[in-house]
Design a protein around this ligand. Structure first.
Ligand SMILES: O=C(O)CCC(=O)C(=O)O
Ligand SMILES: [Fe+2]
Length: 388
């Protein structure tokens, strides 16, 4: 199925400064590029394309650049709450962590208190059922902590100093998610009672307690011989994810009905070729864009109409494999006490009907236990179903 149409408002560099270019030697995923500006102005055609992307692959680029005709003076960075500045804070935070003792860093790992916020050190999570350790670090920052909805968690001084920046990013990233949610609210055949409850927007209110969070991810370069999976295959637990990454390494597993964009040149390493089997393919990071993907909660709410696609992070391809990889993520999730059940007409809710909070805790903390993999699954089966 052709899935690649682009509509670029203005040319922009094809790679990021300070990084080797993403190579043309690996196949890439044909994500649709959706204009944020057009979604904001309720452009019908763009909403159709967004809806298509949400149903078919559950992943798309959101083009944050202004069109040449726009009157707005906001820069790409301002439009997403200064994501670029937060990227710098993330890098400084991890540099500070490098200078700390293991105990110093572990003070911010709240797993034993039953929380997935705070720090997850290198190798402290598992990427498969065999107990293989991950090769990245996370710092998870709670929306509710930053907005003052819940008591303030212990945090490194640098983060405390930048709570204002975190708040700006949270508000903007949440607005991006709500824009996507509004498109879905219009198109899904929601039941009468779900509409009365405010539809999807009604269960994703910014000022209600939820598992929404910022995530800082760092993955160091890997040894040439073992360049492999840094973050194991998964579907996201929540509703909408906004992702800023600059180095490649993110891979999606394409359903059979969607073909990858073939590599333009030869020269992929044997490991890279191995990493592109079974439908796995790289997502090419694009300047001026973020990547948006849907999570499990939307599969449940839509009774399987929307896709939460399987993805993972591997070593960046080509020359990028030599750099430390960072990504900045925002996860928008349903409010904590919302039950994950179908909200559409005639939708069936089979099996477990847990709250969003229970679902996230099971999935997030399950991947921190050596034998937790099997019990920490999400909607992977639905994700690999044939496209609708
Ligand atoms: O780092 C990335 O590109 C993706 C991270 C991701 O999938 C996640 O944190 O859930
Ligand atoms: Fe993810």
């Amino acid at each position: 199925m052709p899935h690649s149409e682009t509509s670029s408002p203005s040319p922009s560099p094809s790679s990021f400064p300070d990084l080797p270019p993403f190579p043309d030697t690996v196949p890439t995923a044909p994500l649709l590029s959706i204009s944020y500006q057009k979604l904001l102005s309720r452009d019908r055609e763009e909403e159709d394309r967004c809806w298509k992307a949400c149903r078919e692959l559950g992943f798309f680029y959101l083009d944050l650049r202004r069109s040449p005709h726009s009157s707005s003076s906001a820069s790409v960075d301002q439009r997403v709450g200064h994501a670029g500045q937060l990227f710098d804070v993330m890098q400084r935070l991890y540099e500070e962590f490098d200078g700390m003792s293991e105990e110093g860093r572990q003070r911010f790992d709240f797993k034993d208190r039953g929380s997935y916020f705070g720090y997850k050190g290198m190798g402290k999570g598992f990427v498969d059922k065999f107990g293989t350790r991950d090769r990245n670090e996370f710092y998870n920052i709670s929306k509710d902590d930053i907005l003052g909805l819940t008591p303030q968690l212990d945090a490194p001084e640098l983060l405390t100093q930048h709570r204002g920046l975190c708040e700006a990013y949270i508000r903007r990233a949440h607005a991006v998610c709500k824009t996507v949610i509004q498109v879905l609210d219009q198109r899904l055949a929601l039941s009468e009672s779900a509409r009365r409850g405010g539809g999807l927007a009604g269960v994703h209110r910014l000022d209600a307690v939820s598992g929404d969070q910022i995530r800082f991810v760092r993955a160091p370069p890997q040894e040439r011989a073992v360049r492999g999976v840094a973050l194991g295959e998964h579907t996201d637990f929540g509703s909408v994810t906004v992702l800023f990454n600059r180095a490649g390494g993110l891979q999606v597993r394409l359903p059979e009905c969607i073909s990858a964009i073939p590599a333009k040149d030869h020269g992929a390493s044997t490991v890279e070729q191995e990493l592109c089997k079974d439908g796995w393919t790289y997502v090419r990071p694009l300047p001026g864009h973020c990547i948006v993907n849907l999570g499990d909660a939307l599969v449940k709410f839509s009774n399987g109409e929307l896709r939460s696609n399987i993805h993972r992070v591997v070593a960046p391809p080509g020359e990028q494999a030599k750099v430390t990889r960072y990504s900045l993520v925002y996860f928008c999730r349903p409010e904590d006490d919302v039950r994950l059940r179908s909200l559409v007409e005639c939708g069936e809710t089979e099996g477990e009907c847990v709250t969003a909070k229970e679902w996230i805790l099971r999935r997030a903390l399950g991947r921190r236990k050596v034998d937790g993999w099997e019990g920490s699954g999400g909607t992977e089966k639905e994700s690999m179903r044939a496209g609708k």
